[in-house]
Design a protein. Sequence first.
Length: 344
Amino acid sequence: MKALIKYAPGDGNVEIRDIEEPRCGENQVKIEVAFCGVCVADLHVLLETFRNYPPVILGHEFSGRVVETGNQVTGVATGDAVTVLGATAVTCGQCSYCRSGRFMFCRNRRGMGHGVNGAFTQYVVVRPDQVYRIPEGFALDEAALSEPFAAAVQAVTEITQVRIGDTALISGPGPIGLLCLKLLVAEGVKTIVAGAAGDGARLECARSIGAACVVNIGERSLADAVREETGGMGVDVALECAGHPDSVRGCLEALRPMGRYTQIAICGREIQFPIDNIFYKQLTLSGSICYTARTWERMMKIFAQGRVRLGDIISAKLPLSDWRTAFDLCVEKKALKVLLYPEA
Ligand SMILES: [Zn+2]
Ligand SMILES: [Zn+2]
């Protein structure tokens, strides 16, 4: 089968190679990949700015159909449409984080697509506990967005605990920002979405998803928009989804006293920001990274209830051989999510 492989350490060193199809073990599930989304993490593996263990197949945001199950496997059957929690591919299972379900902090963790083989290929084998059956009526392409959507579910519902009646600010209209917006709109939360010059198309998407107000900070001051939308009060919650110093500052300034701030994006460098805002307004600052298995269970219920659909976050579906084009679209911010599908 063809696979997109990081074959050696260093910048680049990624290409499509022909490799042997994986065999399904006794307590494993073999899945034929339908779609696998390109994520910033894949770009970082390509550029060697994210830890990886070559040779390794890239890709961790995927959906597919079960084609084989080991004889010890129950609860999953051949033909099932599924998505996979790839981040738990390898964990120690014994540290306090593993024991409390917070596997992402396990020192020995290795996720699919960088730590162990991922899904930019035709077949993967995983443990049954990583597999989630996609609810009836939810499409395989939408389900390929499960991994980033789970990050949004944790950030909005578990970490920030946004409530109906709140006014929210999402700063950064990239895929994660728009997935957070989907949830807030479904919950009936009034949401302002801010973006920078170059985010025009993404802000239009935010508007069509149901943002109460979109602000291009290249054209209009965020502070003015927030004042107008909140009657001068400030927003109750701010989700930083851009990873940019201006966005961090904008969020801290937009919050009302006792407001809640959640960092969801990576800045990738040290930045300056007005820390006194935290003191004078007695703000609560949190970070939200990844999700837990419980988040995935909640996400499947959200999918089943049908009020959140993700199709409009998908900009393009390309064959695996066009991976360069797909990666470039993401680098140039010309697309939201680009999915790759394997060619038989
Ligand atoms: Zn991802
Ligand atoms: Zn552990």
